[in-house]
Ligand binder design. Structure first.
Ligand code: ADP
Ligand code: MG
Length: 270
């Protein structure tokens, strides 16, 4: 786990910090299938937590529950010192009890998907400025200035007027990351951001994510890029059948996993 952050003005390391994100005992079922069986996880400011596990272990469902893209059946979500207000919905799952609060949580929790999810009918620039204008109330000029800086940061400034289908997969994912950053998220959730990419494009996207880790962003990252996860993460969480099967520093989990399943997973992903 990362140390508490140093206050840039006073130079003092804070002793008491709120976790950026804290999940307690999250449960999720689809019908009779229990996919998440009580997951707890704490991310402090600057933590990069990689979530590993076989296909079907519940990684995407877990991320999607955090901003209620999926409705959990039980559990608590605390974000930036605030507990998400939930109530029991008709089907028995938990739904947002306060629409303003969940909208705010969603705007402050960036989500980067495997398939980019750019709007196909909008230019790259328009993709990026849409939410800051609509949700943050930025002027077009202001949002455009921020967007251009972000496009430069992810290395595709020259693509601002292109449409998504005119970009390579790696460029589309970098545009999607720029779009997420434009919302000034407090935490960024990545769900297999490089899994849909041709191998030669994986590195350019990982480099962008690495730069975000280096600037102290708080991130949860679902990935199968093992050596990358080992390099950038403060913590590794290994999920198996909806439970945290192993958890620890990258060195612990990669070199000395205690669970047999985690050992097997690690040895089959070298
Ligand atoms: P992972 O991301 O680790 O591959 P998922 O979270 O996507 O795993 O899926 C976990 C389990 O939940 C799988 O068995 C999957 O088939 C099931 N599942 C995921 N989404 C749905 C859904 N919308 N309806 C029914 N079952 C689902
Ligand atoms: Mg998944």
């Amino acid at each position: 786990m990362a140390q508490a952050p140093i206050n840039r003005t006073t130079g003092v390391r804070s002793l008491v910090t709120q976790p950026a994100l804290e999940i307690r005992n999250l449960h999720k079922s689809y019908g009779d299938l229990e996919v998440l069986k009580g997951i707890s996880l704490t991310a402090r400011d600057g933590d990069v937590i990689s979530i590993l596990g076989s296909s079907g272990s519940g990684k995407s469902t877990f991320l999607r529950c955090l901003n209620l893209l999926e409705n959990p059946n039980d559990g608590e979500i605390h974000f930036a010192g605030e507990q998400l207000k939930l109530k029991r919905g008709k089907g028995g799952a938990l739904v947002a009890a306060d629409s303003k609060q969940i909208n705010r949580f969603r705007s402050e929790m960036g989500f980067v998907f495997q398939n980019f999810n750019l709007w196909p009918h909008m230019s790259v620039l328009d993709n990026i400025i849409e939410a800051p204008r609509r949700v943050l109330g930025q002027s077009k000029a202001e949002a455009t200035e921020v967007a251009e800086a972000l496009l430069a940061k992810v290395g595709i400034a020259d693509k601002r007027h292109a449409f998504p289908n005119q970009l390579s997969g790696g460029q589309q994912q970098r545009a999607a990351i720029a779009r997420t950053l434009a919302m000034q998220p407090k935490v960024i959730l990545f769900d297999e951001p490089t899994s849909a990419l041709d191998p030669e494009m994986v590195q350019e996207v990982l480099n962008v994510i690495r730069a975000l880790a280096d600037e102290g962003r708080t991130m949860l990252l679902v990935t199968h890029e093992m050596s990358f996860a080992r390099q950038v993460s403060s913590e590794i969480v290994f999920l198996h059948q909806g439970r945290v099967e192993e958890q620890g520093t990258p060195d612990q989990v990669f070199d000395n996993p205690t669970s047999e399943r985690c050992k097997q997973f690690m040895s089959s992903h070298r």
